[in-house]
Design a protein around this ligand. Structure first.
Ligand code: DGY
Length: 327
């Protein structure tokens, strides 16, 4: 019997894909840092029984129409806004993501970014390395306290709950806003549900962890930033497109909020001369939410297992359901 064909859109370590090589013909885009060009992806998709994709690959109608044999798309991310899920489902193509294995790692990063922005860690690290430190002084690089403050989490799924747990360790008051109530988080960390407007008005730190959907696209506008405290710090570890970046820039420039910690951007990679990156009040990271060696290997493993299961005719571990949206 002809072996199925699996195309992986980035170079992954051989030992990670071994389980697939045993049951399928596996090809990979050879570069680790550069995305698979669109024309290559379209060409490979035509023959593929399975695709292992990155969040930077657009799996849209054009691609799904070209992919006549495709049975499964396994996305190396918990987010799947790069995939037209509805269209894939209409073609009986299974879509899988990598929830759970990255929850704590991404929550750690969200909290690290929050702390870095509040305590000016990146600015201070640059300061010493650039030879600017001429001696200790009382208000030098003074930041904002986190402990005993109020954190407002927008998107209280698994990662949001894990961030809330960390916040509790810092004696923070936890507010949240979500599509639906999260009773588990309410009990575990005494998180208080608020509507978005109240959460923005009361939080010292607003952390966005919501998936990108029709409802959350461009959720954070100038008016929303205006509703926040002037001392507030906004942190985004979800997707860039939940924010209108021009509005965030204006809010920061006008002092409507005090700072931002950003791990995600509308266009990735963001241009180095983007005005947001020029602001001292912005702490920026290159989308590294789940980027630890351990977690990325677990994500790769899960992606491969899901593909192997579907190709054998079994149910994958983590199939995205059409109505899902919790991270
Ligand atoms: C995801 O998995 O969706 C995250 O953005 C990765 O950091």
């Amino acid at each position: 019997m002809k072996k199925p064909f699996v195309y992986i859109t980035r170079s992954l370590p051989d030992e990670q894909v071994k389980q697939l090589s045993e049951i399928a013909i596996v090809e990979m885009w050879e570069k680790e840092e550069e995305p698979c060009p669109r024309n290559v992806l379209l060409e490979k998709a035509k023959q593929a029984d399975a695709l292992l994709t990155m969040l930077s690959d657009q799996v849209d109608q054009e691609l799904l129409n070209a992919a006549e044999n495709l049975k499964v798309i396994s996305n190396l991310a918990v987010g799947y806004d790069n995939i037209d899920l509805k269209y894939a489902s209409s073609k009986d193509i299974i879509v899988c993501n990598t929830p759970d294995v990255l929850t704590d790692t991404t929550a750690d990063l969200a909290f690290a970014l929050l702390m870095a922005a509040a305590r000016r860690v990146v600015e201070a690290a640059d300061y010493i390395k650039e030879g600017k430190w001429k001696g200790w002084s009382p208000l030098q690089l003074a930041g904002i306290d986190l402990h005993h403050k109020t954190i407002g989490i927008v998107g209280m799924g698994k990662i949001g709950s894990a961030v809330a747990k960390r916040a509790k360790g810092f004696d923070m008051k936890v507010l949240y806003h979500n599509r639906s109530r999260n009773e588990e988080a309410e009990q575990a960390v005494h998180a208080e549900y608020l509507d978005l407007e109240d959460l923005l008005a009361q939080s010292d730190f607003v952390v966005c962890l919501t998936p990108l959907t029709e409802q959350t696209k461009e959720l954070f506008t100038y008016d929303r930033f205006k509703q926040m405290k002037r001392t507030a710090i906004f942190v985004n570890v979800s997707r860039g497109a939940v924010v209108i970046e021009g509005d965030l820039l204006r809010a920061l420039e006008e002092g409507m909020i005090a700072g931002a910690g950003l791990d995600v951007f509308v266009k990735e990679p963001i241009e180095a001369d983007h005005p947001l990156l020029k602001l001292q009040s912005v702490t920026a990271l290159p989308h590294i939410g789940s980027a630890t060696g351990e977690t990325r290997r677990k994500m790769m493993d899960l992606c491969c297992k899901n593909i192997a299961l579907v190709l054998k005719g079994d149910k994958p571990y983590t199939q995205v359901q059409l109505k899902a949206g919790k991270r």
